[in-house]
Write a protein that binds this ligand. Structure first.
Ligand code: SF4
Length: 377
């Protein structure tokens, strides 16, 4: 596949999220490139919302002025984890020559900004030195997407990305270097790589290589170029599955609730069997204020996640998520609030009613020694 590379002048390099992301714990996202030469068949960067759909298969734009723009932006930002790889891989082949990601990491190190890389490439090992430097002053984590080790499936759906074996070997090196590392088992493909044997192989080998967690998720198919491209491949390689996909995606871009709950619970069970968390525990950054708020928010997010696996969607899940955002962003320690005013104080927080206040009280009491100590976390 011949890809054309074109320079691009970025107006902004860092996008601030409205709320912290409760899977990756990033507060900002950053993409050195627009487009991705790995061209995974299921990639949702083809979706119209990213403005790349017209050129996705042909062009990758590199942000020539990335470092200059970032240098202007960073001093104005509150410290939080900068995530890269959410839309386009920061370690796609052009990075060997352009070194934009590396220069971005150096800039983040200079400003003591924590970073999280999500990639399918072992090229990230080139920058292990800078990542360690960042980890020493802030925090750094590297996550590898591994959807399956099945060579037939990867050849068909991830034809231009480094092999899962290369990614796993890279993960092992990152783990040895002492950085946080884990696997993103996403997307598993209905009827292709979502059975227990495929899923278990990823979890077992991730564990063996030193991954600290395996996050997992299903395939989304957004109407337009992403869905069209995926269905073309399905028709070519697995035509018998077309009716099943039609039914699974008949109500939206995510598979129907029952499927997602069933496979999500299966991966969770496989993880449990291997002693592997299926959530990433929240990094606490040096000098972080109100640590107890962060920890309680994490528990609320976890409850929402677990309910999602059991129920799919629903009002209760949103109630927990909203409560988590409130606690996470509250400008004073909720432990102090509780110590001063008891459960009634917690109930005055937006979105926190009687039962959530009681649950939070339980968690606060569990961590009472640390919480009600001198500095009120
Ligand atoms: S590596 Fe990630 S960003 Fe690149 S094509 Fe594959 S799924 Fe898309």
């Amino acid at each position: 596949m011949e890809i054309e590379y074109r320079p691009y002048q970025a107006r902004s390099m860092v996008n601030r999220l409205k709320h912290v992301d409760d899977w990756f714990w990033v507060s900002y996202t950053l993409n050195p490139y627009r487009g991705c030469a790995h061209l995974c068949v299921y990639c949702d960067a083809r979706d119209n919302q990213y403005g790349l759909s017209a050129t996705f298969e042909q062009v990758v734009y590199y942000k020539e002025n990335a470092v200059e723009v970032l240098e202007r932006q960073l001093p104005r930002l509150k410290r939080g984890i900068v995530g890269t790889g959410g839309v386009c891989d920061a370690y796609q082949p052009i990075e060997v020559e352009r070194r934009i990601t590396r220069r971005i990491l150096e800039m983040l190190a200079q400003h003591r900004f924590p970073v999280e890389v999500l990639t399918k490439s072992d090229l990230v090992l080139r920058d292990l030195d800078v990542l360690q430097e960042i980890n020493n002053v802030a925090w750094a984590g590297v996550l590898f997407t591994i959807t399956t080790f099945d060579p037939v499936v990867t050849r068909r759906f991830e034809p231009y990305a480094p092999s899962p074996e290369q990614r796993l070997a890279a993960l092992e090196r990152v783990a040895e270097a002492g950085l946080t590392t884990g696997v993103m088992l996403c997307p598993y493909l209905p009827g292709i790589s979502d059975d227990e044997a495929h899923l278990e192989e990823v979890v077992r080998r991730a564990k063996g290589a030193g991954a600290q967690f395996v996050l997992h998720g299903g395939l989304t198919l957004k109407k337009g170029p992403q869905k069209t491209r995926f269905l073309e491949a399905l028709e070519r390689y697995y035509p018998h599955l077309l009716p099943r996909y039609e039914q699974l995606y008949s109500t939206g871009f995510s598979p129907q609730g029952e499927y997602s709950c069933r496979v999500g619970q299966l991966v969770r069970e496989v993880c449990r069997r291997h002693g592997m968390p299926d959530r990433m525990s929240r990094p606490i950054l040096p000098g972080e204020e109100f640590v107890i708020n962060k920890r309680i928010a994490e528990k609320l997010f976890l409850r929402a996640y677990e309910m999602g696996l059991e129920e799919g969607t629903g009002y209760r899940i949103w109630a927990y998520r909203k409560a988590a955002w409130t606690v996470d962003e509250w400008p004073e320690s909720i432990a102090k609030l509780y110590a001063d005013r008891g459960e009634a104080g917690l109930r005055e927080l937006p979105g926190i009613g009687r039962s959530l206040a009681r649950e939070i009280t339980g968690w606060l009491k569990e961590s009472a020694v640390e919480v009600l100590g001198a500095n009120h976390g």
